[in-house]
Design a protein around this ligand. Sequence first.
Ligand code: VGL
Ligand code: ZN
Length: 216
Amino acid sequence: MTEAVYPDNHSALLVVDVQNDFCPGGALAVPEGDAVVPVINRVAASFAHIVITQDWHPPRHVSFASSHPRHKPFEVIPVSYGDQVLWPDHCVQGSDGAALRGDLDARRAELVIRKGFHREIDSYSTFFENDRRTPTGLNGYLRERGMTRVFLAGLALDFCVRYSAEDALHLGFSVCVVEDACRGIGGADALASIRRSLVEAGVVFLSSHQLLRPAR
Ligand code: VGL
Ligand code: ZN
């Protein structure tokens, strides 16, 4: 039995991109993406601080294959800040696909942070856009409110969750991934290798069942 983890008052749950387009039936569906919702709803009770992120692209966004004639979704092309995977159009601002899942209990979230709204820059991480320079403001928010530890949950494990975890580590947060509250786009082998590299970097993977509820 692995040990219990107690999210204290300086811990935040980051609920990453639990949006219709990343769930089955959506434009960029993550396999079993909807399965994270009941887990997140349950673990949210363990946290005094909950922040939700939303992928929020304008039409004709640079990450959309449809913005690049002759290219197809899932191809990789060079853009100003490096390689960019091209995706089907997804999470277009104001669309149903961009909405948070209706069954996600967002009532106690203290902040909803949107990312990917600059047409020329994609943003996987909830801390920095893909140019690795443009901040989303989340670091400042968490710091100013005394947060030192982040717990990540949501979609997709191999993109937004992964880059958020790496940035959070570099920014000096202690970082946990609630593994059963995440799903990825890639296959099992790709996900296992990402997990290994994150663990090596210092990210703690834990199960939702290890999270204790604080006495508040
Ligand atoms: C994401 C691909 C494109 C994510 C967002 O939330 O992981 N992945 N946009
Ligand atoms: Zn996106």
